[in-house]
Every structure is written in C-alpha cells, then in structure tokens.
Design a binder for this molecule. Structure first.
Ligand SMILES: [Zn+2]
Length: 126
C-alpha cells in the first residue's frame, strides 16, 4: 500500500503523477497511476509507489522501482487473476493493454525517426 507517512510526516494528498509527456494525439497529458504524487502535512511533495510504502523526492525513481513488483510478484495481490475478474474488468484491462501497445509503438516510431534525424545531422557535419 502507498505510504501514509514519510519520515514520520503525514501524507495528506495522494494523486496519480502528471508527467510533462503528451499522449499520441498530443492533446492529453500522460498520467502515471502507479507513481503517486504525495503531498505531505509539512508542505513537501514526494513521489510514492502505488503498491508499497516506497517513496522518493524524484518522480523518475519510482518507475524503475515498480519493476520490482512485476519481477518478484508476477501474480501478486494487486494484479487479479483472470478467473477472478469480471468481464468489465477484463475489457478494461484489454483496453489498457491496447493503449499501452499503441503508446509503445508511437514511442518506437519517434525513436526511430529521431535516430534518422541524428544520422542526417551527423552526415551534414562531416
Ligand atoms: Zn513499491
């Protein structure tokens, strides 16, 4: 479960983390549900893991941390098995996977495009 205290200070706000990235359409901001933006009682903001009490002052530290949950506990409690899911849950999950796949393909295309541009730039500077 997400941390309720950080260094003994009460967490008073827990929201998904809004990133500087945009979705494929460029209209919506990408939000990381599993990286929690935690507002503390003393006014500080830290970033926490949705699945345990891990926190960090750096939002980008939470992403690699999340991998631990996937590697160590592939069938952990927070990932319900298909047998326990309702059809609505399954459809929602399938939609999420579809969206992630689309995102991944878009990022891959951008990376390849960037590589091409970099290659072209390097060719120009020779
Ligand atoms: Zn965690």
């Amino acid at each position: 479960m997400t941390a309720t205290h950080v260094d003994g200070v009460l967490v008073v706000g827990d929201e998904p983390t809004v990133t500087p990235m945009k979705t494929n359409s460029g209209k919506k901001t990408v939000v990381w549900e599993q990286t929690r933006t935690l507002r503390l009682e003393d006014g500080r903001t830290v970033y926490g893991c949705q699945h345990c009490d891990y926190t960090s002052p750096n939002q980008y530290s939470v992403r690699p941390h999340l991998m631990k949950h996937n590697r160590r506990r592939p069938h952990s409690a927070h990932v319900p098995s298909a047998a326990n899911m309702t059809l609505a849950n399954l459809l929602e999950t399938a939609t999420q996977i579809d969206k992630l796949t689309t995102d991944m393909e878009a990022w891959k295309a951008r990376a390849l495009d960037a590589e091409d541009k970099l290659r072209a730039l390097r060719a120009q500077t020779r």
